[in-house]
Design a protein around this ligand. Structure first.
Ligand SMILES: NC(=O)c1ccc[n+]([C@@H]2O[C@H](COP(=O)([O-])OP(=O)(O)OC[C@H]3O[C@@H](n4cnc5c(N)ncnc54)[C@H](O)[C@@H]3O)[C@@H](O)[C@H]2O)c1
Length: 256
């Protein structure tokens, strides 16, 4: 039997959007939280840490680039040393680039795969090594997408990367079962975050324009808390029998 207890979580890409909501939800659940993002997001990161501390939990900011194996290893070691353990890894950091297949450059494809696939792989790998060493089981959760279940116009690189997250998740779930580590991912549709609302127009105009570029103009739009609530449940001890899954969080945008 696992003696998994959700005490300490790492969340990558946690300065804003889904990562920030997940960090605050886990803090409300009684978990201490290390929040990662790029060094350029230091100010936002510090704000999230202050919010975590305001909830009454320990929070630390860890600037690091998840595409670098050394930086991911350093991040996990620092959390284990300073916070006592690594019980939960949320490999949330991701980027999106929009272009048609025939206009996508190799550089664009590789930049998306670097963050969304290599970054997720490195976070899963080194969190799993740490959790196995600590010997108490754990939770690893990654960011896939509805774009990891079907292709969308203008989103070849992004779709390829999010399909890959599901493959990594399913494999890791089987390999880490004996170590009492569950591995799942979330597959949101359109959620209102900086990723879907930043652009030249108002937030609503930008969201609509992104939906149109994906040829999904009627898609329902959700809020980050819906994703944070699913993650919160998956991190609880009673979710031990759920692994290898990817959860649609998208209203009726896709039902299956
Ligand atoms: N918002 C949506 O509609 C939606 C839908 C499906 C999946 N997702 C996925 O959920 C995750 C979070 O999305 P979001 O909407 O909050 O995006 P966002 O752009 O608002 O936030 C992502 C964060 O990741 C960080 N990041 C990027 N590259 C990084 C790197 N190399 N190292 C560390 N941090 C890095 C960014 O700085 C940013 O703060 C992403 O993986 C995204 O692909 C989002």
């Amino acid at each position: 039997m696992s003696n998994y207890t959700p005490r300490v979580a790492i969340i990558t890409g946690g300065a804003q959007g889904l990562g920030r909501s997940i960090a605050l939800q886990l803090a409300k659940d009684g978990v201490d939280v290390a929040v990662n993002d790029l060094a350029s997001k230091q100010e936002l990161l510090s704000e999230v840490v202050r919010e975590i501390q305001g909830i009454g939990r320990r929070g630390i900011a860890i600037p690091a680039d998840v595409t670098s194996e050394d930086e991911v290893k350093g991040m996990i070691k620092r959390v284990a040393d300073e916070m006592g353990s690594v019980d939960i890894m949320i490999a949330n950091a991701g980027i999106a680039r929009l272009s048609l297949l025939i206009e996508t450059s190799v550089e664009e494809l590789e930049s998306v795969l670097a963050v969304n696939v290599r970054g997720v792989f490195l976070c899963y790998k080194h969190a799993a090594i740490q959790m196995i060493e600590e010997g108490h089981g754990g939770r690893i959760i990654g960011a896939s997408s509805l774009a990891g279940k079907e292709g969308f116009t203008n989103a070849m690189s992004y779709c390829a990367s999010k399909f890959a997250v599901r493959g990594i998740t399913q494999t890791a779930a089987k390999e880490l079962k004996a170590s009492h580590i569950t591995v799942n991912c979330y597959a949101p549709g359109f959620i209102r975050t900086p990723m879907t609302t930043i652009g030249p127009g108002t937030a609503e105009e930008n969201l609509q324009s992104i939906k149109e570029k994906y040829e999904s103009p009627q898609a329902e739009v959700g809020e980050p808390q819906s994703v944070a609530s699913v993650v919160s449940f998956l991190c609880k001890p009673e979710a031990h029998f759920i692994t290898g899954q990817s959860f649609n969080i998208c209203g009726t945008t896709r039902v299956d």
